[in-house]
Design a protein around this ligand. Structure first.
Ligand code: SF4
Length: 120
């Protein structure tokens, strides 16, 4: 894909970016519509290797709630989101769990861990 329009989600301003393939640029892409440099990095990454932090919940036993909030401690490739959610839906942990405890190390070989978002 040589050109893509998107909204930058790095900050609440939400600039409308246009990312275009451009061999004249060192990165190979030019970005317009960004109000700051972070938009350039975001736009190129979103076009070439989009990633997302996953937030969800897993089942927990022996706790006052039935589900424990979890998140990945880094962004994983967007193409793995579905597989990641399928894996998360099979997990059951047992209290006590502390915020930051690793629930799944190196989830789907991404180098990113799934961790507890709160203690329970
Ligand atoms: S380009 Fe900069 S100012 Fe615009 S939304 Fe992204 S981070 Fe915010």
């Amino acid at each position: 894909m040589d050109k893509k329009e998107m909204i930058c989600i790095v900050c609440p301003i939400g600039c409308h970016l246009t990312v275009t393939k451009d061999d004249g640029e060192p990165s190979g892409y030019s970005v317009t519509g960004n109000k700051c440099k972070r938009g350039i990095e975001y736009g190129i990454k979103e076009l070439t290797n989009p990633t997302r932090v996953i937030t969800s919940t897993v089942k927990i036993k022996n706790a006052h709630l039935k589900r424990l909030p979890v998140k990945t401690n880094g962004a994983i490739p967007k193409g793995l989101n579905f597989e990641c959610m399928r894996l998360i839906n099979t997990i059951e942990v047992v209290a006590p769990i502390k915020m930051g405890d690793v629930i799944v190390k190196n989830i789907l070989d991404t180098g990113v861990d799934l961790v507890a978002s709160r203690s329970m």
